[in-house]
Design a protein around this ligand. Structure first.
Ligand code: CDP
Length: 211
């Protein structure tokens, strides 16, 4: 079984996907973490984000050298490793936040991320922007999470040392830049995560799953 959970920035996708996956005792895959990792890789090597070729050759070189950038879909939280180095803590910075949407526009990078995800065998819960549309259109159950920009910003300030106004502005900008790949699947169940506890939202998702 494949369950997809898509939605806008900071709509609660990771927390909901992790909770649903734990309830089903299957892994969850954070596609956004792969986009963040590729963006971090480009920034750390001072590669441009306007051209996919240098970034893809870096990713391919790491793979050929035996230090591939890989997603580890652990139930308690996904991790990104480059060879034997866990780089997950470097991926949720305001710098990565500011550049990730540009990287995510590169079709060659989208194809690379999709290929990493397609290597993993179901069952799993996949979360991101286009899981139910472009990547796993055959999924048995699809969800689309929404919440107002203010509610999402309030959540993010718990995780980032920044003021509410600038976090909300950055989220709105990212929503605009990500709009192209963020259209909900026509068959997705929409859930507003602005009201209700995390447990209630997880229960709501579980109640829609096929028996
Ligand atoms: O957690 P948050 O919603 O802030 O973002 P994320 O899921 O970590 O995704 C980070 C960025 O990756 C997004 O802003 C998109 O630019 C990109 N992304 C994408 O284009 N397609 C996906 N399936 C997942 C993420």
């Amino acid at each position: 079984m494949i369950v997809t959970i898509d939605g806008v920035a900071a709509s609660g996708k990771s927390s909901v996907a992790s909770g649903v996956a734990r309830a089903l005792n299957i892994p969850y895959l954070s596609s956004g973490l792969l986009y963040r990792a590729a963006t971090w890789a480009a920034l750390s090597q001072r590669l441009p984000l306007t051209d996919a070729a240098p970034l893809l050759s870096l990713l391919n070189r790491w793979e050929a050298d035996g230090t591939p950038l890989t997603l580890r879909p652990l139930p308690q939280g996904n991790e990104i490793w480059v060879g034997e180095q866990n780089v997950t803590d470097l991926l949720h910075t305001t710098e990565v936040d500011a550049h990730v949407s540009a990287a995510a526009q590169l079709p060659e990078l989208r194809a690379w991320v999709d290929a990493q995800l397609h290597r993993i065998s179901p069952p799993f819960v996949a979360e991101g922007r286009d899981m139910g549309t472009a990547v796993f259109p055959q999924a048995q159950a699809k969800f689309y999470l929404e919440a107002s920009a203010r509610v999402r910003a309030q959540r993010r300030v718990q995780e980032r040392p920044q003021d509410l106004e600038s976090v909300e502005a950055a989220l709105r900008l990212r929503d605009e830049r990500d709009a192209r790949q963020s259209a909900p699947a026509p068959d997705a169940v929409h859930i507003d995560t602005g009201s209700g506890t995390l447990e209630q939202i997880i229960a709501q998702v579980l109640s829609h799953l096929p028996a």
